[in-house]
Design a protein around this ligand. Structure first.
Ligand code: 9MR
Length: 511
């Protein structure tokens, strides 16, 4: 495949330099992501995992000081909701106006944020003069528009949604003045023009309902495969992710992201929100939190998922109520800018402390892990675990269980488990292996650790618990692909080891 598999930027390229410096320092001091996880904003938590966390915004929202205080601090990336669209930037042919978009890039610069440019070529919010052009003139007009706008924002945007929403739901190409004039070639033409005008920007195709496997994402997959084969400059696929609790979660989102990544492309979640039919109730709110969490988990699991942008962070400025009458409450913060359960779900999924409603509350337990086993191919697995109580309340250990997730790699299905040493005494530690009914990536079994009693005071840790397990036939494991396996030899926060209080997850991300 003669693709343009460029990897021109480091993973943290969207990070403000100062923030990156601070994080490096934090990581150096603690030997793990603990400091960022304790104190981090959503973006800092994401950045500790090599991703960005951003929000859409719009010019009309910027006079709202309470709003911009959160926008400028919690998020490391912004996308203009409207001000870089064609009807704003070239309302009359040949007359460009970048004033509103410049306000957004200025805000980003002042707050150390990266900007995704949105969008150069789209059938919607297109001034009427484009549709009125004779087809023979559309290509020149499109190329001129892309060239002028991408050149104007060169150095100020890190990525462009070059073409937005090229597909119908069934995977056929959407009709637009561009498609009518040039057929599907308009996409390659737009990408080439954008690359010529801003060779440093990451160039994306962006669409909705391509988050899961299905006809529409298959069509995007076929298109980008062909573009890469032809050497067309293309860096990534944007999955908008306008989700709704009344519909299922996108089918196999992680696998879908991974297949684009496997082509050598980045993927980004570009416009995430999760709407519901109003009024909200506890069940819808729980589903919403789950959907947000699952999107974060999918992105974290795919190395080339570069980050997540929510389509504005507060219900106050959501596009949903006006487009879907009767629906709303789609965002991470409510209208008074208070974080909702979904916000805490995202925090927890990113490896941070939770908070009211999900993943946190009293106790705020975290799992730390070190590998005591340099051999990943022998017949024993030897995780070292410790629990830390970062909350303000003591935790009764008899309510706590911990899961270390691994794969059995054939052999006998019975296990022996051991606690070799712990300062709290191995006699107070229980351990067993359980099999998953439905195997997950990197996990068809877990080692479950529990406690016969005792409590963990605020700020206290159990100290290390040296665990070991083997199969009854002593056949070998391959630990290298095990979900919870890590290679660090000193204790650090482990988001892939999960902790439960009273059966409810309080720490970590399940496979
Ligand atoms: O958020 C945008 C809203 O303010 C506009 O009225 C709307 C008009 O089409 O566009 C919204 O943003 C859209 C984005 O540009 C592309 N994906 C769908 C988004 C929500 O409609």
């Amino acid at each position: 495949m003669n693709s343009v598999k460029r990897c021109r930027h480091s993973r943290t390229r969207g990070l403000p330099t100062l923030l990156a410096g601070a994080l490096t320092l934090a990581l150096t001091l603690t030997g793990g992501p603990a400091t960022a996880a304790q104190q981090g904003t959503l973006h800092e938590l994401a950045a500790a995992q090599g991703k960005y966390f951003g929000s859409a915004t719009d010019n009309s929202e910027l006079p709202d000081a309470a709003y911009t205080a959160v926008l400028g601090s919690e998020f490391g990336q912004i996308t203009p909701g409207n001000s870089m669209k064609w009807d704003t930037t070239e309302p009359v042919q040949g007359q460009f106006n970048f004033a509103k978009g410049d306000v957004i890039t200025d805000f980003a610069a002042q707050h150390g944020q990266s900007v995704r440019g949105h969008t150069l070529v789209w059938h919607s919010q297109l001034p009427s003069w484009v549709g009125a052009l004779p087809p023979a003139e559309v290509e020149a007009a499109m190329t001129h528009h892309v060239t002028e706008e991408a050149a104007h924002y060169r150095g100020k945007v890190t990525a462009w949604d070059v073409v937005n929403e090229p597909f119908n739901e069934d995977g056929t190409f959407r009709t637009s003045p561009f498609h009518t004039a040039m057929g599907t070639d308009y996409i390659a033409t737009a990408l080439r023009a954008a690359h010529a005008a801003d060779p440093d920007a990451e160039l994306y195709l962006n669409d909705y309902n391509i988050e899961g496997l299905g006809a529409k994402s298959d069509a995007m997959y076929a298109l980008v495969s062909e573009l890469l084969d032809e050497g067309v400059p293309l860096d990534g696929v944007g999955m908008q992710a306008h989700l709704a609790v009344q519909y299922g979660f996108p089918y196999q989102m992680q696998a879908n992201m991974q297949r684009f990544a496997d082509l050598g492309l980045d993927v980004a979640v570009t416009e995430l929100d999760v709407r519901m039919q109003l009024p909200a109730d506890a069940a819808k709110i729980a589903t919403q939190s789950t959907y947000y969490r699952q999107v974060v988990e999918a992105c974290l699991a795919v190395e080339r998922c570069v980050g997540i942008t929510v389509w504005d962070y507060t219900d106050k400025y959501s596009w949903v109520p006006s487009t879907f009458p009767g629906q709303g409450a789609a965002n991470l913060y409510e209208e008074n800018l208070l974080p909702k359960p979904a916000y805490y779900a995202v925090r927890t999924a990113l490896g941070g402390e939770g908070g009211p409603g999900e993943g946190g509350g009293p106790g705020a337990l975290r799992a730390q892990y070190r590998s005591s086993d340099s051999s990943t191919g022998d017949n024993q697995i030897k995780p070292g675990l410790q629990l830390v109580n970062t909350g303000g309340t003591a935790v009764s250990l008899s309510d706590v269980t911990v899961r270390y997730w691994f794969t059995a790699d054939n052999g006998a299905s019975r296990y022996s488990t051991w606690c070799d040493w712990s300062p709290i005494g191995c006699s107070s530690v229980t351990h067993r292996v359980a099999a998953l009914g439905t195997p997950k990536a990197g996990a068809d079994h877990y080692l479950e650790v529990g406690f016969t009693g005792g409590s963990l005071a605020p700020g206290a840790a159990t100290g290390e618990i040296q665990l070991r397990l083997n199969k009854s036939d002593w056949s070998n494991f391959d630990e290298s692909d095990d979900y919870s396996h890590g290679t660090g030899t000193s204790y650090a926060d482990a988001s892939k080891i999960t902790v439960y209080v009273g059966g409810e997850p309080v720490w970590g991300i399940e496979p």
